[in-house]
Design a binder for this molecule. Structure first.
Ligand code: RB5
Length: 171
């Protein structure tokens, strides 16, 4: 990853606040720019809100990649993957951190603060940051994921049009 162009979006819930702070310090020490969407203390919050902030920052181009954290990493990765264009990978080891970049071009890394020791989380982060997408046959598969997103968007638009038509017909 080219440091000059890199701006990393960060988001977490209360369960991962401490880990988020450690990750932020780590990223800044590496010379990377960080956009911290919170949360900013250990008061209970809802992880989908932070998944949304980070996902939108990445898909809008404001940030090049994102990191989302919650207790297990599961809830916040599920929520982030609802945003078209987000490819969030939940990683608990170095192998999947590397593979999700090489094969899936994962633009969001999810981790669980109640699962990982902070030291391993930082190692996973470093592998994920430095590993490049391999392209080739993997790009074809990512194009199919985009195809699913596009199909669902068209179906949704058709459902909305049907609702509007039904409302107009009952007037
Ligand atoms: C919060 O208690 C917890 O449910 C959340 O951090 C996460 O683990 C959900 O997937």
């Amino acid at each position: 990853m080219n440091n000059a162009s890199a701006k990393i979006a960060l988001g977490c819930d209360h369960a991962a606040y401490q880990l988020k702070e450690q990750i932020k310090t780590h990223l800044l020490a590496k010379g990377l720019e960080v956009k911290d969407f919170g949360t900013f203390d250990e008061t209970s919050v809802d992880y989908p809100d932070y998944a949304f902030f980070v996902g939108k920052a990445v898909t809008s181009g404001e940030c090049s990649r994102g990191i989302v954290l919650c207790g297990t990493g599961i809830g916040i990765s599920i929520a982030a993957n609802k945003i078209p264009g987000v490819r969030a990978a939940l990683c608990h080891d170095l192998f999947t951190a590397e593979a999700c970049r090489q094969h899936n071009n994962a633009n969001v890394l999810a981790m669980g603060a109640r699962v990982l020791e902070p030291e391993l989380a930082l190692q996973i982060l470093d592998v994920w940051l430095k590993t490049e997408f391999e392209g080739g046959r993997h790009q074809r598969r990512l194009d199919k994921i985009t195809g699913i997103e596009d199909t669902m968007a068209v179906e949704h638009a058709q459902e909305l049009a049907n609702i509007v038509n039904n409302v107009n017909n009952t007037k």
